[in-house]
Design a protein around this ligand. Structure first.
Ligand code: NDP
Length: 307
């Protein structure tokens, strides 16, 4: 069993920023990348709002840069996923496919993943017209017909974004009202390219090599119809990646880690959290990086106090 002072779980902007700060504080952190090395930004194209990158930067390049910066100061980056973690005793213990590790302190930066519908055709057609990231893939649907599902702020924001490219955006809403804030609802409803289908559920995505149509059900009339579509975007929220914690630290009702406000401290001493795994609201690369920095500073202070 290998022992470290600090282990960081997750490799998005939060994890790597925590690693840069912790490595520069001489904590020699080890970072597990998890199943999606580089995190959600690796599924996006241009990032135009990362401060300092005047011309914008590709998401993958930004993550490679953050990794290189973390390595430069001595972070050990391991391509592995934490399958099991025991936070009941210190040092904390974790199992990965690369072996077992112990750590005095842990920073959880495992982010969140887009939710999918789980309907027939969805898996097969991912990347062939089906996407959960409008900013990543909207560009491919210039003058095309897009159908999207969701009724929250993300869905409205993405529908409006998609009208830059698409001929039409049809939003499927499973109830007869939106969850989105009034201002976002108004913006979407005022957009002539956006149409809403109310009380409408997605039953199946149809197509073999590429999406052709979406089978929908009106849950009031029980009528099924096929809506022709070149693109289908899922915007039904995100799920924080906290299952692996097995309830050992306090989570909110949606599964996000509860931290002590203004800090990265969790309900368990020595365990810190940062990035999208604590944040259903802002979900930006820069806010994640900011909380990653906070987590490294909190962990460093905590470790010093233990000595
Ligand atoms: P939300 O949880 O707010 O909304 C999810 C939406 O998807 C709801 O309309 C929900 O329907 C619908 N939905 C969920 N599951 C299904 C399903 N299986 N089939 C069909 N529809 C489904 O998630 P968001 O990602 O939109 O937002 C997350 C948070 O981020 C919110 O707090 C939001 O306000 C915030 N945000 C703010 C923005 C802004 O202010 N500009 C932009 C983006 C996000 P139902 O209502 O029936 O449950």
């Amino acid at each position: 069993m290998e022992k470290r002072r600090l282990i960081i779980v997750g490799s998005g902007p939060a994890g790597y920023t925590a690693a840069i700060y912790a490595a520069r504080a001489d904590l020699q952190p080890l970072l597990f990348t998890g199943i999606q090395p580089g995190g959600q930004l690796t599924t996006t194209t241009d990032v135009e709002n990362w401060p300092g990158e005047v011309e914008g930067i590709m998401g993958t390049q930004l993550m490679e840069n953050l990794k290189a910066q973390a390595l430069r100061f001595g972070t050990e980056v391991v391509d592995a996923t934490v399958a099991d973690i025991d936070l009941s005793v210190r040092p904390f213990k974790m199992k990965t496919e690369q072996g077992e590790y112990e750590a005095d302190a842990v920073i959880v930066a495992t982010g969140a993943s887009a939710k999918w519908l789980g309907v027939p055709g969805e898996d097969n057609l991912k990347g062939k017209g089906v996407s959960a990231c409008a900013t990543c893939d909207g560009f491919f649907f210039r003058d095309k017909k897009i159908v999207m599902v969701g009724g929250g702020d993300s869905a409205m924001e993405e529908a409006i974004f998609l009208t830059r490219f698409a001929e039409t955006v049809t939003v499927l809403v499973r109830r007869d009202e939106l969850r989105a804030s009034k201002i976002m609802q108004k913006r979407a409803m005022d957009n002539s390219k956006i149409k809403f289908l109310w009380n409408t559920e997605t039953k199946e995505l149809i197509g073999t090599d590429k999406l052709e149509s979406v089978k929908v059900l009106n849950n009031k009339t029980q009528e099924e119809t096929d809506v022709p579509a070149d693109g289908f975007f899922v915007a039904i929220g995100h799920k924080p990646n906290t299952d692996f914690l097995n309830g050992q630290i306090e989570l909110d009702e949606n599964g996000y880690i509860k931290n002590i406000p203004g800090t990265s401290k969790t309900s368990l001493e020595g365990v810190f959290a940062c990035g999208d795994v604590i944040d259903p609201w802002y979900r930006q690369a820069i806010t994640s990086a900011g909380t990653g920095c906070i987590a490294a500073l909190d962990a460093e202070r905590w470790l010093i106090n233990q000595e």
